[in-house]
Write a new protein. Structure first.
Length: 622
């Protein structure tokens, strides 16, 4: 992983000299250096009005020949952030077609694939990536982002130039105004949205856009024209009703195995982020089965002594099962308070709980042990229905098909400790999904308009363009698609990218191989939830590879910190009161809130208002 940046002057070329590009691109790359601590460089063509910058985290081919911006065929220059895991296979295919390579990088393979396939090259890539290629012959810039949005790409189309970067702070360094998007802030404070599903380009700052996941971009400076095109989506009509349980489990295991295998390609040490839950334990088990006698990866865990949701002992047991060196990090409310401003600087947009800090510290622990690449279990919950909120969608699907009672799923879920209920509202939603979507939209709006802490003026001004509409979701696959591809997962991926890059680390997510995800979505819902168990197919696939208590754990925790206890501590309360004061001064919160005691709540509580105010205050003060 790395940091990339670019500036392209609008207007036909060539020109005598744009002037000033060298200084601007250096300012942009300097501020991104945490993403690439192994070196920074730039390439400027003043006559073309073009500058590219790159901060390098050297994972593949650490030699100087692999530096970027990388020239190719005396025609292209490329800057790339991320990894294309199947680059060896692509390289062999390209070599058979006559292409030659001077490095051992995936970056050079991307450039060759672009020369061979043009904009369709991204359809061949299995990986996490954000890259830009300048074609000197056609005077166009081509850029693309991976299918799920693991790697960031921000841009600004101004009156006289086009700029892009891995993080917004690089655009601010180039002179783009830091102008908060108050509509987005309104949504964050009222319903917790940190993105806009209806307009995936939108960010928390006006004038700055993000390239949506699974989207390619073309920019022509001669015409100052920008075009975006989505190149991939999950086909929800592709259903595999013919597979037996054994066939489905076997194929799933094979695809996960292959996904982990190619994500082990690295010229630096690898490790695993380990919570002790099913997802991260499955990644560790699969990794160890592939290493075949080679040293097992180091594992890294967050530890919260005395907290009822501390999973460090469970994680230590899993690590011991595979003889993996295990490291854990503890943290306190005072440490959180001290690190919050820096973490907000890295994140650039608000975050809704303190769980982010646990991940931040775990990735920092890995970096301290000189582990530069971490495998992580993110993505399984959104694709395999890992959260309890998904039960109702499955039950509604069964009810609509008149199979809910005969399936025994309600009773099985109760035996597994599931407290969610299925009532009249669920029955109506299953029979009338269009009406349910409209009702949900109105509920969101009503909740926002009645928010007791916001000033009437702020509500009146921002609610006119607030974002509440969600697509009609009639079944489990529909809501999983919404959370995987439209709203939910990308925000978690943003957290992981910024937290890892803050420490110069790369995070790889085997559950987000698009081949695996496409297969999972082709399966009936009963392969995700069955006999009261979420992620049923993963549990079946790992039954003979993990200890039974891990495979069939009922509760889901992850790195959940003791946020409620932390919010009772003086230093954190001071920060919350300061953030409230800032929001009152901005006429966002009512002045009466200044006299109210802080209301500590758990990290995943739906009543997390004071944490949102804290986060918003940090965000406005970046």
């Amino acid at each position: 992983m790395c940091g990339i940046a670019g500036i392209i002057e609008a207007g036909p070329g060539p020109r005598e000299g744009a002037g000033g590009l060298s200084g601007l691109i250096r300012d942009m790359t300097i501020i991104l250096q945490h993403r690439g601590p192994d070196g920074k460089s730039d390439w400027v063509d003043e006559s073309a009005g073009l500058a590219l910058g790159h901060c390098r985290l050297a994972i593949l081919d650490r030699s100087d020949s692999a530096r970027q911006p990388m020239p190719y065929l005396d025609r292209y220059h490329i800057v790339h952030n991320g990894e294309v895991y199947n680059y060896l296979e692509l390289r062999r295919d390209l070599e058979n077609q006559g292409y030659r390579f001077r490095t051992r990088t995936d970056t050079e393979v991307i450039a060759a694939a672009f020369d061979r396939h043009r904009e369709r090259c991204v359809e061949y890539f299995d990986g996490m990536f954000a890259f830009a290629v300048w074609d000197a012959r056609t005077r166009t810039l081509f850029a693309a982002r991976d299918r799920f949005g693991e790697k960031p790409f921000f841009f600004c189309l101004g009156e006289t130039r086009f700029l892009f970067a891995s993080e917004m702070k690089a655009l601010w360094a180039a002179g783009i105004p830091r102008d908060p998007n108050l509509n987005m802030l309104f949504n964050f404070l009222t319903i917790g949205y940190a993105d806009n599903p209806l307009s995936p380009q939108e960010t928390f700052f006006n004038r700055i856009s993000k390239l949506p996941a699974a989207t390619r971009l073309t920019y022509s400076p001669d015409s100052h024209a920008l075009s975006l095109e989505k190149y991939w989506d999950i086909d929800l009509n592709n259903r595999r009703e013919d597979l037996t349980a054994d066939q489905a489990v076997g194929t799933f295991r094979q695809l996960l195995h292959e996904s982990v295998r190619i994500r082990l390609r690295s010229d630096v040490p690898l490790g695993c982020s380990l919570s002790g839950g099913l997802d991260s334990s499955s990644i560790l088990a699969t990794t160890c089965s592939l290493l075949a006698g080679a040293p097992v990866p180091h594992c890294f865990t967050a530890e919260f002594p005395g907290f009822e949701k501390d999973e460090s002992q469970v994680a230590a047991g899993v690590a011991a099962e595979y003889r993996a060196p295990h490291f854990s990090v503890t943290m306190s409310a005072n440490e959180l308070a001290e690190n919050l401003p820096r973490m907000a600087w890295h994140q650039e947009e608000p975050f809704s709980s303190a769980s982010l800090y646990a991940q931040y510290r775990v990735y920092g622990l890995a970096a301290a042990q000189n582990v530069r690449v971490l495998l992580d279990g993110q993505g399984a919950d959104e694709t395999l229905a890992g959260y309890h909120k998904y039960y109702k969608w499955y039950w509604q699907e069964l009810f609509r098909r008149r199979r809910l009672l005969s399936s025994g799923e309600l009773r099985a879920a109760r035996r597994n400790g599931v407290t969610e209920r299925f009532g009249l509202s669920n029955m109506l939603a299953s029979l009338f999904p269009d009406m349910a979507s409209v009702f949900l939209e109105k509920q969101y709006l009503l909740h926002a308009l009645r928010h007791p802490d916001l000033t009437p003026e702020f509500i009146r001004l921002q609610s006119k363009e607030a974002y509440y509409t969600t697509p009609v979701m009639a079944d489990l696959n529909g809501v999983l698609h919404f959370n995987t591809c439209l709203h939910g997962l990308e925000e978690l991926l943003r957290y992981a990218d910024r937290n890892a890059m803050a420490h110069g680390c790369e995070v790889r997510l085997p559950f987000l191989s698009h081949h695996l995800v496409e297969f999972v979505f082709s399966l009936p819902a009963s392969f995700k939830i069955r006999q009261g168990w979420t992620k049923w197919i993963l549990r079946q696939a790992m039954e003979d590879r993990l200890p039974q208590p891990i495979t069939w754990r009922r509760e889901k925790v992850g790195f959940e910190p003791p946020q409620e206890y932390w919010m009772k501590e003086r230093r954190l309360q001071e920060l919350i009161h300061a953030a409230r004061s800032k929001l009152v001064q901005e006429k966002i919160l009512r002045p009466a809130l200044l006299g109210r005691d802080v209301r500590p709540v758990a990290a995943y509580s739906g009543q997390n208002a004071d944490w949102k105010y804290l986060s918003a205050g940090l965000f406005l003060g970046l």
